[in-house]
Write a protein that binds this ligand. Structure first.
Ligand code: UD2
Ligand code: MN
Length: 475
């Protein structure tokens, strides 16, 4: 009898130890392991495995092929892609600053790894989320990347949430790049009569949007599983929130889809709870967004003055929007359960009619002059060449700032970005003496020096948190 009891206790102890180990393992389960929750929800997979690719094609709840046909309506995808092909012997990087040959080889869709934390798959969202207008502006985008962006949206979003996809063709050389795509259901194409740049193009898209929520995307993205619901949910709960996904990296060389770090403010531990709740707001807050991919309530976008439409082509508008949202009563968040892939490039594949440097200076000077108050001295210290360069009239934007009764930049620095330590004047100047180095923030270490890697937000998410002075470092 005693032996039986001893055996039973031993078995229970072993079971308890195993159970504990299993529990701990579950909690630390790496993201690359299968997510049971979403697998049970998974529909039949229509996965196209790309040979020779490193990523694990798992858990991509792509819509079955039959439905995919319906997604595109009468649009002839093969003819569209075949209409523009890389010519033999042509440098595949020349036109788009990414490997066009690889992009074309992938075709219009592919399965991608669900890069979210496994807990995200068990979150649920309101069943009555409002729909959104997707706004994509582009100038001479490759057909394969543009079509993949659109198809990923149609395949990985709940259809009722997509009111429409508005393409703004920013005066690309071939009008058919855009026009032909409007044969796809829900897709509309607006073509600019002259080159406007991404800022005015987005405003044009927003003005023609019919949904109450705006979603902005670059033209070379692939949205991931359940990317949209977490963002719309947050905006539905509070229309003054402006929310971004974590931006994953699509390799410009081989187009592999690579997970970006989810280490937002406070590290993995601090955001852990957010995976269960679709964000505890203080944990998801960010001082600046990368700028290309975000969701915003349309009336809040209009109320806050849309964008500064005197900014041209590219650059600086993400800082301007970020300061304005925070200082005028809103907030910015990056949601760890929403993931969108983006092809980060090392150079601009398009021309700047007024020159790259002058355009970037004009745009960032406007942002600094309107929003940074006495802190703008740091911008000028880090970029003395900006002094004396034209930036046009900012009277309208100053009036807007007054009308909206926005807080001073000091408030932003102290409350939104307290970890950014403002350097001594000399320290800032020395940044420039060291050549092409950028002034950047490094976690909680305050400002630091880093090699300039392309321009502004033309780099992965973890590096967007720098003041405009550190934004354009050439290219
Ligand atoms: C990042 C942003 C981008 C924008 C920019 C700063 C992400 C993922 N991307 O640069 O959205 O905020 O920082 O300004 O956060 N385009 C036009 N007309 C032009 C030039 C560009 O329509 O004259 C389009 C372009 O085709 C693309 C989008 O604007 O779809 C952004 O341009 P990008 O991809 O060259 O910018 P990126 O990702 O380097
Ligand atoms: Mn881009």
């Amino acid at each position: 009898m005693r032996r039986i009891r001893a055996n039973a206790i031993a078995i229970l102890t072993v079971a308890w130890i195993l159970g504990t180990f299993y529990y701990l393992w579950q909690d630390n389960k790496p993201q690359s392991s299968p997510s049971s929750a979403s697998q049970t929800r998974g529909r039949s997979h229509a996965q196209k495995l790309v040979p020779g690719r490193l990523e694990i094609h798992r858990d991509d709840r792509t819509i079955p092929l039959i439905q995919q046909g319906q997604l595109l309506g009468g649009f002839d995808e093969k003819a569209y892609l075949a209409g523009k092909q890389l010519k033999p012997g042509e440098d595949p990087y020349r036109e788009h600053a990414f490997n066009l040959q690889e992009s074309d080889r992938l075709g219009s869709e592919r399965a991608i790894r669900d890069t979210r934390h496994y807990r995200c798959a068990s979150l649920s969202y309101d069943t009555d989320l409002p729909s959104t207008s997707i706004i994509i502006t582009f100038h001479n985008e490759a057909r394969s990347t543009l079509l993949r962006t659109i198809k990923s949206v149609l395949m990985r979003s709940p259809p009722p949430l997509i009111q429409e996809i508005i393409l703004i063709d920013d005066f690309s050389s071939d009008p058919e790049d855009c026009q032909l795509l409007s044969q796809i259901p829900k897709v509309r194409c607006l073509r600019n009569g002259r080159r406007e740049g991404l800022i005015r193009s987005r405003v044009r898209g927003a003005n023609s949007a019919s949904a109450s929520i705006l979603t902005f995307l670059d033209s070379h993205c692939e949205v991931n599983t359940d990317w949209l619901q977490p963002m719309i949910q947050r905006v539905k709960e509070d229309h003054t929130r402006v929310v971004s996904p974590i931006i994953d990296v699509i390799s410009l060389d081989n187009f592999a889809y690579l997970a970006a770090s989810a280490d937002l403010r406070g590290g993995e531990d601090a955001t852990h709870k957010s995976y269960r709740t679709n964000c505890l707001s203080s944990l998801c807050r960010t001082p600046v967004i990368a700028g290309g991919i975000f969701v915003m309530d349309k009336s809040w976008f209009n109320h806050l003055g849309q964008y500064d439409t005197h900014m041209d082509i590219w650059g600086g508008e993400n800082f301007e929007l970020s300061f304005r949202v925070w200082m005028c009563g809103g907030s910015l968040e990056i949601l760890p359960c929403s993931r969108v892939g983006h092809v980060f490039r090392k150079r601009h594949p398009y021309d700047f009619p007024e020159g790259n440097a002058l355009t970037y200076i004009k745009n960032t000077r406007r942002a600094a002059e309107v929003w940074m108050d006495e802190y703008k001295q740091y911008y000028y210290s880090a970029r003395p060449s900006a002094q004396g360069k034209a930036f046009g009239s900012i009277a309208d934007r100053l009036t807007l700032r007054r009308k909206l009764n926005c807080k001073p930049f000091r408030w932003y620095m102290e409350n939104v970005y307290p970890e950014l330590r403002v350097p001594e004047q000399e320290a800032v100047s020395s940044v420039l003496k060291q050549g092409g180095l950028c002034l950047e923030t490094r976690g909680t270490d305050g400002l630091g020096l880093a090699e300039c890697r392309g321009i502004g937000a033309n780099r992965p998410q973890s590096q967007v948190r720098s003041l405009p002075s550190g934004g354009d470092c050439g290219s």
